[in-house]
Design a protein around this ligand. Structure first.
Ligand code: SAM
Length: 315
């Protein structure tokens, strides 16, 4: 069966921009850190041809299975790795993968995560308070609410959700545990959210920020991102590209900062009069400003609306 959006119900975000910045040629090696349902990887395979190699990380077993079925139809050289992308450098070295021309990340959730209430990501449909990308991870959102202190919950809601009422919600959620389902928690937050805020044309559901914070904590998303970006810069071949699509400001800030740091000539503390760090810049930024989807793409695929793409090249 030909591969298309209809078979997999998925529209890869900013696909033409990814193609433009990938710089891929026939025979190249590419690493997709976030295989998902394989939308972007399908394009990479076409670009690198039968002599190219695709290495694909995916921590979600179900998505990996779907993507495998989809991509294996083409009989390319593909290495599927059912692991968190934080193991990038280790896998590259153990498997002796060389000449990497592109490392790609399309962060966050796949549409199947949101569409399946059983995964516990969507607050509008009832499901267990789970939010794990990887079912092997023992920590669910429900357990976090039960085990973490009020102080720790407040920190998480503030840092990862940028929730202005983090203190209040940490306290009242803790006073009312257990919460077993997504809707139970979402309705509780909605009931207790200051009315003034809700009425003043808030476009997002009052539970959005707390759900985002819990998801980031369950999957340790931000720490892993920073660590993996550094690994990616190290393992890329000279002239190879790093492309990252992020979906919220916390992720984008990390991508921007880490890429920028890798362009620096010198990393000596500012009080040092003479540079002795011997640091060499590793990257050249290709996108001065992040690239965002066109209005037309957002209309076609509303989930692309918050996407930001940054690309850089190893020097
Ligand atoms: C936005 S989707 C990727 C969609 C993909 N580009 C496509 O076109 O089908 C992100 C995927 O990355 C996976 N993922 C997120 N964080 C990950 C991590 N740290 N390690 C491995 N996979 C991860 C998620 O499970 C999800 O399937």
């Amino acid at each position: 069966m030909p591969l298309n959006k209809k078979n997999y119900g998925h529209d890869p975000v900013l696909i033409e921009t990814v193609e433009k910045y990938s710089g891929l040629q026939k025979g190249d090696t590419v690493i997709d850190c976030t295989l998902g349902l394989g939308g972007h990887s399908e394009m990479f395979l076409k670009m690198i041809g039968k002599n190219g190699t695709l290495v694909a990380f995916e921590q979600d077993e179900k998505n990996l299975k779907i993507a495998k079925k989809r991509l294996n139809e083409n009989k390319n050289k593909i290495l599927f790795i059912h692991k968190n992308f934080v193991h990038l450098q280790q896998e590259v070295s153990e498997r002796k993968i060389e000449g990497i021309k592109l490392i790609f990340m399309d962060l966050g959730l796949a549409s199947v995560h949101i569409d399946d209430p059983k995964r516990g990501f969507a607050f509008l449909h009832e499901g267990p308070l789970d939010m794990r990308f990887d079912k092997r991870n023992p920590l669910t959102a429900e357990k976090i609410l039960e085990r973490y202190s009020v102080k720790r919950l407040e920190e998480i809601f503030k840092a990862y959700g940028e929730e202005r009422y983090s203190k209040k919600f940490a306290r009242i959620i803790k006073d009312n545990i257990p919460f077993h389902t997504t809707t139970e928690l979402a309705e509780f937050i909605e009931r207790h959210y200051p009315m003034k805020r809700q009425r003043r044309g808030r476009r997002i559901h009052p539970a959005t920020r707390i759900f985002q914070a819990l998801r980031i904590e369950v999957n340790n998303e931000l720490e892993i991102l920073e660590d993996t970006l550094r690994q990616a810069i190290d393992v890329l071949d000279k002239g190879g590209r790093l492309i990252v699509i992020s979906y919220h400001s916390l992720e984008d800030r990390i991508v921007k900062r880490t890429m920028k740091a890798a362009t620096k000539q010198c990393i000596c503390p500012s009080e040092k009069p003479i540079c002795d760090c011997n640091h060499k810049p590793q990257l050249k930024i290709l996108t001065k400003k992040p690239i965002i989807p066109t209005e037309e793409e957002v209309k076609r695929n509303p989930r692309s609306r918050s996407a930001k793409l940054r690309a850089s090249e190893k020097i």
